[in-house]
Design a protein around this ligand. Structure first.
Ligand SMILES: C=C(O[C@@H]1C=C(C(=O)O)C=C[C@H]1O)C(=O)O
Length: 376
């Protein structure tokens, strides 16, 4: 048997040939890009790539290597496309993004909509982002808030998108796809829930606890340790506080904010009932204009993928190749298409950056549908 040293020398020679061939291939791909720039052709040609993969597999003599060769070619073509997008970008033929750049958000004399009632966490998030004196009003559902923005009844909506312990707010993700509204800002609100009851009531007496499902989820450990408390979901934590007042029963309590307890005249029976001591919720600021600020640093997009092996991997390669830092990925089922998913990705960058344009161009050509949800 040959010594390891010898085998490695042999590999080095083969690899040197691969590198030379790779360079030759990329040079030709660059010429293909020039042709495409001149003739207004698209970078991605799915049919040609499928033919190439089939032909590559056919040329392999040892059947055990077929899969590996196909994977290698899929990667080579992906790298080739990205080189081409780069060239298109340098030549200014990437087309304009349908978003307008602005120096800063106009937040003077604006009307804000939030879901819930007086004392809701969304109201606190609104004040944290826009200031104490902002003009805000509330609606019953997140959908109504989205409608108010689409119709122009309000300038901005404040919607929860993610909680540090309970995770994504799924419905808001789905509404971002359904409505032509865009994210222009975000704010993270520390969320400390209290158990609040009628004045004079005691924690030991409580039999029923009202809260938003997310509130109940975020206090799971506390509620598990108090098995006698029946959990009841209501649309909002502030509604929970109001319900306790309306029912006027000392065995009922709400999981809500200290502010909501104060607004409804409830007594705090126990502070900080949330499981995580750093429980916080991220709220997004949504408007109906396709705008982004010069200093915006985060982009949210969503896309659907063809139901085939490796498609997510190929999409994500656009972030890696363009050196873009992905900060989050979520998936949601696509309505009426069982077991198909829509992906939501957040990554760092500004829509005016070349690398971002390059990545979005690539993603747009390869995804079944792509929507830029906002840059903020
Ligand atoms: C090079 C081309 O562009 C892309 C890359 C391919 C490749 O690297 O072989 C094939 C098809 C296109 O998606 C081309 O159109 O031929």
């Amino acid at each position: 048997m040959a010594a390891l040293e010898e085998l490695r020398n042999e590999l080095d020679e083969i690899d040197a040939q691969i590198i030379r061939l790779y360079e030759q291939r990329m040079k030709v791909c660059g010429e293909v890009a020039d042709f495409k720039i001149q003739n207004g052709r698209k970078v991605y040609d799915r049919t040609r790539e499928q033919q190439k993969l089939a032909a590559a597999a056919k040329q392999v003599e040892n059947p055990e290597y077929k899969k590996g060769v196909q994977e290698l070619f899929a990667l080579l073509m992906s790298v080739s496309r990205k080189l081409q997008y780069q060239k298109l970008s340098e030549n200014g033929v990437l087309g304009k993004l349908p978003f307008i750049e602005t120096d800063r958000l106009d937040t003077e004399n604006v009307r804000i909509v939030f879901q819930g009632v007086e004392g809701a966490y969304s109201q606190a998030a609104m004040k944290q982002y826009f200031g104490e004196d902002v003009r805000g009003y509330h609606v019953h559902t997140w959908r109504e808030a989205m409608e108010a923005i689409e119709d122009g009844a309000a300038d901005f909506a404040v919607l929860p998108i993610e909680n540090s312990s309970a995770g994504a707010v799924n419905e808001v993700y789905d509404l971002l796809v359904e409505f032509e509204n865009y994210i222009v800002g975000e704010t993270v609100l520390p969320v400390n829930h209290v158990l609040a009851g009628l004045p004079g009531s005691k924690e030991e007496q409580i039999m029923k606890v009202y809260s938003h499902p997310q509130g109940l989820m975020q206090c799971e450990k506390y509620l598990y340790g108090h098995a006698g408390m029946e959990k009841i979901s209501v649309p909002n934590t502030a509604v929970a506080a109001r319900t306790v007042v309306e029912e006027n029963d000392p065995t009922h309590a709400a999981i809500c904010s200290a502010y909501a307890a104060e607004v409804y005249g409830l007594e705090i029976l126990r502070e900080r009932v949330n499981d995580s001591s750093c429980n916080s919720t991220r709220f997004i600021i949504v408007t109906n204009q396709k705008i982004f600020c010069k200093e915006a640093r985060k982009i949210s997009i969503c896309f659907e993928l063809p139901h085939q092996s490796g498609s997510l991997y190929q999409m994500l390669s656009h972030f890696i190749y363009n050196d873009l830092n992905m900060t989050k990925i979520e998936s949601r089922p696509v309505e009426d298409r069982p077991w198909e998913y829509r992906f939501f990705v957040d990554f760092e960058g500004n829509l005016a950056d070349g690398a971002v344009k390059n990545a979005i161009r690539g993603l747009r050509e390869e995804a079944k549908s792509l929507k830029i949800l906002g840059n903020y």
